[in-house]
Design a protein around this ligand. Structure first.
Ligand code: 13P
Ligand code: SF4
Length: 338
């Protein structure tokens, strides 16, 4: 890839923040890093998986697989490589390790975390299981391996409704995302499905900041605006949205809309940046809400990880924990296919 080719793809991104302000010179500086990453990938027989929220230059230059958390967890089962470098957040790297125990899984991000995954521990789930012994425990994929190992089935934003509506039990504990749980309750009621759902208190600090007032404001300013939001947003936001779905489902919805439709994307700004380059005939307006954990991945960190992986970048897991957590993920694949 040349600096000009990279610049041509990145220059269309409207800078919501300095991180997205690409010049030809910035792209020129990235090229030697990109070339060395590509070389090291060959040497280590490595592949790079990248979530749509990471910096767009990662997706555009070195990623082998990109997408939402469900697609990436499926991709992780198909990877034919000795090493997986997962540009995303730690729980996604753990999911890849659970599914590929013999492969080296590395996470280049410098900030370990996710406000949802950090909101509940395995010990808290063990205590909840004592309190609700006859409930089915459903966890969002944004959880640690320890939490997954204590739950019956895991879901992602793309399949939460599909899976919960297919569970035999009508008593559910859903954790940790309270807002996604409320959206799920509303959706089940709308579809005439009776389930009693106990919620936890976790939220995504990026998605919880959107409010219905903001949607009204943007609609007044932009005629024909379509509002697309993530199920981690408040139910009031979901209610006023034209479409609610995972990042992968949002991409599909936007691609299928007529040319020149203006969109307000209520999700992490990496997705808008990516779509501005991939879908030049659509208009994206709105704010820049950044996830500091996703954005702690960079081309430089990926290069460092491939050159000399530090201990903190390697995902290691006790085998009995891995097997227990895998059951929860396997249950997701089972229900998702029904
Ligand atoms: P997706 O399931 O849409 O990839 O979302 C993951 C996530 O972390 C959203 O904040
Ligand atoms: Fe976690 Fe929110 Fe960042 Fe997604 S956007 S990784 S849920 S903190």
């Amino acid at each position: 890839m040349t600096a000009q080719e990279l610049y041509d793809r990145l220059k269309v991104i409207q800078p919501g923040s300095v991180l997205c302000n690409y010049s030809y010179e910035t792209c020129e500086r990235m090229i030697p890093v990109i070339n060395e990453i590509q070389e090291l990938k060959k040497q280590h027989n490595a592949v790079i998986l990248a979530h749509s929220y990471v910096a767009p230059e990662i997706i555009m230059s070195v990623a082998d697989y990109e997408g939402d958390s469900f697609k990436l967890s499926q991709d992780a089962t198909k990877v034919n490589a000795d090493m997986i470098v997962f540009a995303a957040v730690r729980f996604m790297g753990e999911t890849a390790k659970i599914l590929n125990p013999s492969k080296e899984v590395l996470i280049p991000g410098s900030l370990i975390g996710c406000s949802l995954a950090d909101s509940i521990t395995g010990d808290e789930v063990r205590a909840l299981r004592q309190k609700y012994p006859d409930h089915t425990f459903v966890c969002y994929i944004n959880t640690t391996a320890d939490v997954k190992s204590e739950c019956d089935v895991c879901v992602t934003s793309s399949n939460v409704m599909h899976i919960v509506s297919r569970l035999d039990n009508d008593k559910i504990v859903f954790l940790p995302d309270r807002l996604m749980g409320q959206n799920l309750q509303a959706e089940l009621i709308k579809n005439g499905i009776q389930k009693k759902i106990i919620l936890h208190s976790g939220t995504c600090y990026v998605h919880e900041q959107y409010d219905p007032e903001m949607i009204r404001f943007f609609r007044e300013q932009n005629s024909g605006l379509r509002v697309v939001s993530h199920p981690e947003c408040h139910p009031g936001v979901a209610l006023l949205s034209d479409f609610v779905g995972s990042t992968g489902q949002m991409i599909k919805y936007i691609k299928e809309a007529p040319a020149h439709t203006p969109f307000l994307l209520l999700t992490e700004c990496g997705l808008s940046a990516r779509l501005q380059t991939e879908l030049p005939n659509k208009t994206f307006i709105g704010s820049c809400s950044m996830c500091r954990y996703m954005k702690s991945n960079s081309l430089d960190n990926i290069l460092k990880t491939l050159r000399h992986p530090e201990k903190a970048m390697k995902i290691e897991m006790d085998e009995s924990l891995r097997k227990k957590a895998k059951k929860c993920i396997d249950a997701m694949f089972h229900y998702a296919a029904l």
